[in-house]
Design a protein. Structure first.
Length: 289
């Protein structure tokens, strides 16, 4: 076991290989790490809804010899962070000056996998269906966002254009707002904001809503300000991440784009695949044979 490895990261790294019952213990520890620094074996088993032997198997799967060693490690991590004033800069990912470069690829992949698993818990099947139906019937689709979210918007615009939708995205906030004001009830605006608090993006959504357009928000927090002007809110998570975690937010948002893309194809398969074939032929001369 690496002594500098953050406990939450270690649990997430091993999570997929744990038994279902052991994953219940993992879920409880991840959600209540501070409590687990002082909890008894009996109490942890009861709170997790498993047997005491299951808790023992869980801590041994993490590489500890017993429950006391596992709990000591939790306390040791807390003391180390208190003394150094250290905060985890990324979601479940400890990054420090001692980081071995060869371990970064595995850590980034495992962290991305964890964020996607958490995302699946936040995506409502009903809201997703409504999104597909709303976009399928849209006359025009306008995308609005600022800064880092522009990469997500460009990816979604490309996918929608390939499927034959009339979709527009402009990086200029003023153009976004002017375009939003000209929309009707037949049109849809998709606002992309990690925090859901970006003033420019919220203002465009507000303008679109007042114009009568339908609105969809892609954000990280269901109760964010952008939700006030959204008919549908697609949440990528409910975690309160630090700013550095925005690099992982792009992962979930791009995957959400893929979900929308696949949903639109499945909903009107023959027409959308025909559009894909048509648009692929248009640019076929831009690739070497």
């Amino acid at each position: 076991m690496q002594t500098n490895e953050n406990m939450s990261y270690q649990i997430r790294r091993c999570y997929a290989s744990l038994r279902k019952s052991e994953q219940k213990v993992a879920d409880y520890v991840l959600d209540h790490e501070a409590v687990c620094r002082k909890i008894s074996l009996e109490a942890l088993a009861e709170q997790s809804g498993v047997s005491q032997p299951t808790v023992i198997r869980f801590v041994k799967a993490l590489g500890f010899r017993g429950f006391k060693e596992f709990r000591y490690k939790l306390m040791e991590n807390a003391l180390t962070e208190m003394r150094s004033g250290e905060q985890q800069p990324m979601y479940g990912y400890h990054l420090g000056p001692e980081e071995q470069l060869k371990l970064i690829p595995a850590k980034v992949v495992s962290t991305s996998v964890r964020t996607l698993e958490d995302m699946l818990k936040s995506i409502s099947g009903e809201e997703f269906e409504k999104t597909v139906h709303m976009l399928s019937d849209a006359k025009r689709i306008l995308l609005c966002c600022v800064e880092n979210s522009s990469a997500v918007a460009k990816d979604l615009m490309t996918k929608l254009l390939y499927l034959g939708f009339d979709c527009r995205y402009d990086e200029d906030y003023y153009i976004q707002k002017i375009a939003a004001a000209a929309l009707t009830e037949q049109d849809v605006v998709i606002g992309i904001s990690y925090s859901g608090q970006s003033k420019d993006t919220v203002d465009v959504m507000k303008t679109a809503k007042k114009a009568g357009a339908q609105t969809i928000a892609i954000t990280n927090f269901k109760e964010a300000r952008i939700s006030q002007w959204s008919d549908i809110v697609l949440c990528c998570s409910q975690e309160q991440w630090l700013y550095g975690d925005c690099i992982f937010s792009r992962t979930t948002q791009i995957v959400l784009n893929d979900m929308i893309y696949m949903g639109l194809i499945a909903y009107n398969y023959d027409h959308r695949t025909e559009q894909l074939d048509k648009n692929s032929r248009i640019i076929s001369d831009k690739a070497y044979q």
